[in-house]
Design a protein around this ligand. Structure first.
Ligand code: HPA
Ligand code: ZN
Length: 338
């Protein structure tokens, strides 16, 4: 449709994409066989009978934790640098086909090092894919190192120090840090020290906040961890003062509509605060989160918002420009994107 083409042609940036969440059930089964990684026995969890039964299970997540159970099993098939490279290159290929020009992607090093895959193996594969995507499609990208909030602050710091000592924050290999996994019960302030070190070193900072957790997770991420971005942030609507502050400070909120529906944070896209954010001047971007698990890539998420809210082209341009402004690429690249 003409509208679909308009949304495709908008200069889009993706800011909330877990690269491990772009692993499709079919690739998951192929890599499990190739790398001899055992999957759960289908007699215990019938979802693991075939790629199709797994795909079906992904339509019935009941919560963030229910999803995370499958997400961590899924990524256990990723072993070599080549696995990470092909995963990321396939994602970039799809993002480019959707009309994305720039992508800032999360990765979860702790989920790999704790099963014997080194940080360097992961980053080498991802970096190789980034270079190929820029050369082949002109798609620019950044990596954001996420800490798993269900693990200790000490473990987060070990991984942070690894990246620091390899020079990855200063040579541009990794653009910043983030915080993901189970939210409720794992508030941002647990990680205050690693965030303070990152701030002192001039490293970019974001955190998932206000996805399943209440709006105090957002204010604590801002006040205690001094994040520059909020991932999800949909609970902002419950705190008018905080919402106005986020608008005033031009903090980018990275929304993930299809994710929020699949994880039952809302019952339908119409319930998301898209209209509210536009009216109040909250800067936000629209993203896919874990596209292989949540039923859509970036353009699917744009289309879902359009179907729910019927925005004008002017409003879409405002969203696209805000997303470019909130990106962590160089100023020169931002000018090219606008
Ligand atoms: N929330 C928290 N952790 C995650 C998510 C999410 O949506 N996706 C992958 N890890
Ligand atoms: Zn996420």
């Amino acid at each position: 449709s003409p509208l679909h083409q308009c949304l495709h042609d908008l200069p889009k940036c993706e800011h909330h994409l877990h690269i491990e969440g772009s692993l499709s059930p079919s690739l998951l089964f192929r890599l499990a066989a190739l790398n001899s990684v055992p999957l759960p026995d289908a007699s215990i969890d019938p979802s693991f009978t075939s790629p199709q039964t797994l795909e079906d299970r992904y339509t019935r997540f009941t919560s963030l934790n229910d999803f995370l159970h499958y997400y961590f099993i899924g990524m256990s098939v990723l072993i070599t640098s080549a696995d990470f490279e092909s995963l990321a290159y396939e994602y970039f290929t799809r993002a480019h086909a959707d009309g994305a020009l720039h992508a800032e992607i999360f990765f979860d090093p702790q989920a790999h090092t704790h099963r014997g895959v080194s940080y360097t193996t992961v980053v080498q594969g991802l970096s190789a894919a980034q270079k190929r995507a820029e050369k082949d499609f002109g798609l620019t990208s950044e990596l954001i190192l996420c800490f798993l909030r269900h693990m200790s602050e000490t473990d987060a710091d070990v991984h942070y120090q690894d990246a620091v000592s390899l020079g990855h924050f200063s040579d541009g290999t990794v653009a910043g840090i983030g915080l993901d996994s189970s939210e409720v019960g794992f508030p941002p302030e647990i990680f205050r020290e690693v965030y303070a070190s990152a701030k002192a070193a001039g490293i970019r900072r974001t955190a998932h906040a206000g996805e399943e957790g209440d709006s105090s997770y957002i204010s604590r991420a801002l006040d205690i961890c001094q994040v520059e971005r909020i991932d999800h942030g949909i609970r902002l609507v419950d705190n008018e003062v905080l919402l106005k502050r986020v608008a005033r400070e031009k903090t980018l909120v990275t929304m993930c509509p299809l994710s929020n529906v699949r994880l039952r944070c809302v019952s339908k896209v119409e319930e998301l605060p898209v209209r509210k954010f536009l009216d109040e001047g909250v800067r936000f971007s629209i993203n896919s989160d874990d596209p292989a698990y949540f039923g859509g890539y970036i353009l699917d998420n744009y289309c879902a918002v359009q179907e729910a809210f019927g925005l004008s082209l002017k409003e879409w341009r405002y969203i696209a420009e805000g997303a470019i402004e909130g990106s962590w690429c160089e100023e020169g690249r931002k000018k090219e994107l606008l």
